[in-house]
Design a protein around this ligand. Sequence first.
Ligand SMILES: NC(=O)C1=CN([C@@H]2O[C@H](COP(=O)(O)OP(=O)(O)OC[C@H]3O[C@@H](n4cnc5c(N)ncnc54)[C@H](OP(=O)(O)O)[C@@H]3O)[C@@H](O)[C@H]2O)C=CC1
Ligand SMILES: O=C(O)[C@@H]1CCC=N1
Length: 283
Amino acid sequence: MPSLQESKLAFIGGGNMASAIIGGLVSTGVDKQNIYVSEPWDVNREKLAAVGVRTTTVNTEAGADADIVIIAVKPQVTKSVCEELGASWSQRQTLPVVVSIAAGITLNSLQEWSRTSDGRTAHVVRVMPNTPALVGEGASGAFASADVTAAEKELVNSLLSSVSKATEWVDKEELLDVVTGLSGSGPAYFFAMVEHLISSATALGLSQEQATRLATQTCLGAGKMLVDSSDEPGQLRKNVTSPNGTTYAALQTFEALGFKETVDKAVKAATSRAAELGNTLAK
Ligand SMILES: NC(=O)C1=CN([C@@H]2O[C@H](COP(=O)(O)OP(=O)(O)OC[C@H]3O[C@@H](n4cnc5c(N)ncnc54)[C@H](OP(=O)(O)O)[C@@H]3O)[C@@H](O)[C@H]2O)C=CC1
Ligand SMILES: O=C(O)[C@@H]1CCC=N1
């Protein structure tokens, strides 16, 4: 089994998430010539070509001799892409390790769809990364099919570690849907929060530019404290909250409007949607 540096990597789909992972891999020194991306849309393909990786519009060409094939298309397109790849691998003696980042799509579907015409199935790892991979600050969950070897798992782990600061292997496949509702979709929750903070402060008189700088740096600073501090998130919150002070006034408002319930419902909605995508598209 080659190391990550020696491996040929194929990305099927070169959109937001693939670009984020590719950006992370390139910045950690993975040879651009070992990254081959298949992407139909000229705009995305040209952006990736400008990064220096190899590009094509033909999925089977990118996946022909890759050691790892990363399926990075929308869940709705995953079946046709896997079928196309599986059919093209019938002549290959050793199948690549398939890594799918498609939300909800199960290992069983991925293995069945990519079955070769002589009946072999690839070893598959389901991964749920997130877009902060682009800046080397990703968080990823992963779950491997039973036939994935320790060496293959290690290879996928090093791929994920090059773009993720937290890589969590879950012990039940369903938990990847929870990872999707937490960290896969999670960056958008923080972006939405910052958008609202900026518009609130702008409505109260700060300029857009000042509000943006203050809100984004507050988000970064709070995130860094969460990662670096030995205190629990609840303690960090208490440290900011003076008795009957300004933070208390804001947090009371959040609670009165059902903040915890809202977050619970939102994470459950994303988790359920991942499971629903997997079930619906499996048919
Ligand atoms: N965005 C995120 O934060 C995260 C996304 N994911 C998962 O990653 C996957 C990709 O999402 P994302 O990057 O956001 O989506 P994008 O739409 O940005 O990227 C998908 C890309 O695949 C291309 N594509 C469409 N059909 C094919 C095909 N048949 N063969 C090859 N490429 C094709 C699309 O081109 P075109 O635009 O022309 O259709 C598009 O550029 C999804 O399954 C999603 O669930 C996982 C974690 C986080
Ligand atoms: O919204 C989505 O479906 C994808 C999966 C996780 C983040 N983006």
